[in-house]
Design a protein around this ligand. Structure first.
Ligand code: ADP
Ligand code: MG
Length: 243
């Protein structure tokens, strides 16, 4: 498979603090990449840099062979980003959010109307008219994903999309993610729910800004003689802490 994204020697410093420490990895076209790591590992910072939302300190990010920092406008059209927090305006209702983000993304009135009809077939229209802050987290995630996908992006970044929602909602969410893969999309999903990575083609584990594990889940379990990703994760983190 081709690499749609190449991350080379990527570093982010906030003052003297190194949030992302010289990491290297690729994302292959059409894969689901699981981005793992405890809180503060550097996941969000990395995702934001790839999306051009945060300036890199050093290194290089290529998306479709183009420098992500220099081709922000062009790349924005093919990338979708669902942020960890505040991805919707809490004091607007879902339809208003769709109108707002559709407009910001440059969708036509006609397309936005079409999207509103689409969502009305997926979610109870009464819920769609309540302020986002008052609707159940599971529905909020659904709407956030819908908004992220409105521009039909080729590469999709989901930053902890399943945190704070119950297991059934999480499962359904992953079915949707899997469906996107079947439609040929490339997806990076960060999570700290380790049981979810069975859906990922490959995983990366970050810790204190370092990339400490990279590989395909089954292969990694074999290589490290582990029965679960949870064991692998714990071991990798404690080894890294001792170094
Ligand atoms: P993760 O998403 O894996 O939980 P983050 O990328 O959000 O981790 O954060 C990585 C580290 O960088 C954390 O220690 C965090 O406190 C720090 N950090 C993130 N953003 C900033 C910022 N704007 N200024 C200073 N430190 C930051
Ligand atoms: Mg984060």
């Amino acid at each position: 498979m081709n690499n749609i994204i190449e991350v080379k020697n990527l570093t982010k410093k906030f003052g003297n603090f190194i949030a992302v420490n010289n990491i290297n990895f690729n994302i292959k076209k059409g894969e689901i990449l699981g981005f793992l790591g405890p809180n503060g590992a550097g996941k969000t910072t990395s995702i934001k840099m790839i999306n051009g939302l945060l300036k890199i300190t050093s290194g290089e990010i290529l998306v479709n062979g183009m420098d992500a920092n220099k081709n922000r406008k062009e790349l924005k059209k093919i990338m979708g980003y669902m942020s960890q927090k505040f991805s919707l305006y809490p004091l607007l209702n879902s339809l208003e959010n769709i109108e707002f983000f559709g407009g910001v993304s440059g969708l036509s009135r006609k397309t936005i109307k079409k999207k509103e009809e689409e969502i009305k077939n997926m979610v109870d229209p009464l819920l769609l008219r309540q302020n986002v802050k008052d609707i159940p987290p599971g529905i909020r995630q659904k709407i956030s994903l819908f908004v992220c996908l409105m521009t039909d992006p080729e590469i999709i970044f989901l930053d902890e999309p399943t945190s704070g929602v119950d297991p059934e909602v999480r499962r359904n969410f992953w079915y949707e993610i899997y469906d996107l893969k079947i439609r040929g999309k490339t997806i990076l999903v960060s999570t700290h729910n380790l049981d979810e990575v069975e859906y990922a083609d490959r995983i990366l584990i970050l810790h204190h800004g370092d990339l400490i594990v990279e590989g395909e889940p089954g292969g990694l379990l074999k290589k490290h003689k582990k029965n679960s990703i949870e064991d692998l994760f714990k071991d990798a983190i404690s080894n890294h802490e001792q170094n």
